[in-house]
Design a protein around this ligand. Structure first.
Ligand SMILES: Cc1cc2nc3c(=O)[nH]c(=O)nc-3n(C[C@H](O)[C@H](O)[C@H](O)COP(=O)(O)OP(=O)(O)OC[C@H]3O[C@@H](n4cnc5c(N)ncnc54)[C@H](O)[C@@H]3O)c2cc1C
Length: 481
């Protein structure tokens, strides 16, 4: 990429996941011409929907539960509603059922949530954070820099630095509350007993109180369609079915933004990277993989607890000990007999996604990174048994199902290394130094080349902040910001 050569475009973005699209939009909004090259035949990466089981049933290929997208300071400042994005909110964000007694719930009201969980301390901690959530997220999601609201950040950061089980012991007097909180942290790509896993639980709980874990009407695809529509309205173009195998094959540009992980960057840039940077990338760690299932259903899932039928998302495991046991197993290279299952039932609030009276459901559990297709039937049976435990008769509603193993996830999207849905482990160390230790985490040793995938801060999830921040870094260095 020589700056003296004539540029056909100002920027090339490799990968059209939410972060690649967010990067492209940010550059196009600054007046740059942008072309996005995407390996798959359609844009969206892990934020897409498709008829995975039968025609008429719309399933999410990757992400399904979108509190982070709804909260995203990047997405919120763009006119995505004008490009078709509509949110719909389930009456209950999350239900965590037990074998006996009522499920633990996450609802909009902090007071109601705290009362149901018998946890006044939770209310005391969350109320000021929720009240000033925009200022807080501005600091939490920003690339490493001096915080704008240090006291507020400290109020969040001190408890967030604890492990989720430790903070759960401080906030919740009962196992129901602790299981609920530790289950929230199960979305993190880090061993639950590690430092800062509480941060994930706090952010997801905060999102529940602020935006209520809404879903895009039409599925995750609606987020991608809106981002693509907005990018095109700004003059950006997307080439699909266009995998990039070497950096050298890209047209000259002022900046190249890579929506790919460290492992792919090594393959693309290889010997052009200094040896020390190459070995830092090679040390990057991945989290366990996801074992995912989708079902076409003839009826709503027959949950035993009525509240579960009104919740968009369910966390299925039971006690805190069960969540911890299940989440620890894949880090040891094992699978759990009773896996902790995260389940979404979007047709509860979005009937457009299935024929009249029918439903779809999506679920996954963690298994060892890179687990082969050999575990297909065993894990599928364990996930369905876990659902049956709380919804006897579930199997009778199944019209069709698909199974996606970690290996299959990676075959469909090279960023999902070993089936890791978050683009790399989120241990405290790797949260702070994602993907390598440096002040501007998006910059690479190659002039004008930036990383912008989930393997950069603030990590995985559909929120586009990584792409937005990487593009800001590129614009700043080009003197265009
Ligand atoms: C099963 C699953 C469940 C999830 N659940 C949720 C959820 O409920 N909520 C949530 O917020 N997040 C969820 N996530 C995580 C979220 O989807 C990702 O963190 C997010 O999509 C990351 O965006 P990205 O742009 O960094 O990468 P991706 O979305 O992975 O996109 C990367 C894109 O780059 C393309 N690409 C890669 N290499 C090349 C190349 N060499 N040339 C050209 N193109 C290339 C890929 O084909 C892909 O389209 C889930 C993910 C999965 C897989």
């Amino acid at each position: 990429m020589g700056t003296h050569r004539p540029h056909k475009v100002d920027a090339v973005v490799v990968g059209a996941g939410p972060n690649g699209l967010a990067a492209a939009i940010t550059l196009a909004r600054a007046g740059w011409s942008v072309v996005v090259r995407e390996a798959a035949d359609v844009p969206g990466g892990a934020c897409r929907s498709a008829a995975l089981t039968r025609p008429g049933f719309v399933h999410d290929v990757g992400s399904a539960v979108h509190p982070l997208a709804a909260l995203s300071p990047a997405f919120r400042q763009w006119p995505l509603a004008e490009h078709g994005l509509r949110w719909v909110e389930p009456p209950i964000a999350l239900a965590h059922p037990f074998d006996d007694g009522p499920p633990a719930l996450l609802v909009r009201s902090i007071a109601d949530t705290a009362t149901m969980l018998d946890a006044p301390r939770y209310r005391t901690l969350m109320a000021p954070l929720v009240e000033r959530w925009e200022a807080l997220l501005g600091d939490v999601l920003a690339p490493p820099r001096l915080p704008r609201h240090p006291l507020l950040l400290a109020r969040f950061g001190l408890p967030a630095l604890l492990s989720a089980p430790r903070l759960a012991r401080l906030l919740f007097p009962t196992d129901r509350g602790r299981a609920w909180f530790v289950g929230l942290a199960g979305h993190a790509g880090a061993p639950l007993d590690g430092s800062a896993t509480a941060a994930f639980a706090l952010v997801l709980a905060l999102a529940g109180h602020v935006v209520g874990w809404p879903m895009p009407v039409g599925g995750a695809q609606a987020i991608t369609d809106a981002l693509v529509g907005y990018l095109r309205s700004l003059g950006g173009t997307i080439e699909t079915g266009a995998p990039v195998t070497r950096l050298d094959e890209l047209p000259p540009a002022r900046a190249v933004l890579l929506d790919i992980g460290p492992r792919q960057f090594l393959a693309l840039a290889g010997s052009r990277l200094p040896a020390r940077y190459r070995s830092a990338l090679a040390r990057y760690r991945y989290a366990p993989g996801a074992f995912k299932m989708d079902w076409a259903l003839s009826a709503p899932i027959p949950w035993r607890a009525a509240e579960c039928a009104r919740a968009g998302t369910l966390h299925l495991a039971g006690s805190e000990a069960a969540v911890r046991r299940s989440e620890a197993a894949p880090w040891r290279g094992e699978t759990d007999d009773q896996p902790y299952v995260i389940l979404s039932q979007p047709t509860l609030v979005d009937p457009s996604r299935a024929p009249a009276g029918c439903h779809v459901a999506w679920a996954y559990c963690h298994v060892p990174n890179g687990a082969s297709d050999a575990i297909r039937e065993t894990m599928a049976a364990r996930i369905e048994a876990q659902i049956e435990r709380f919804a006897s008769g579930f199997r009778d509603c199944v019209l069709a199902r698909t199974i996606t193993t970690p290996a299959a996830l990676e075959r469909g999207n090279a960023n999902l290394v070993g089936g890791d849905v978050g683009g790399g482990a989120t241990t405290l160390a790797q949260l702070m130094t994602r993907p390598t230790r440096q002040l501007d985490p998006y910059r690479t040793p190659l002039p004008g080349v930036y990383l912008c995938s989930a393997a950069t801060p603030p990590g995985g999830g559909v929120h586009g902040i990584n792409g937005y921040s990487a593009a800001c870094s590129a614009l700043m260095r080009a003197g265009a910001f």
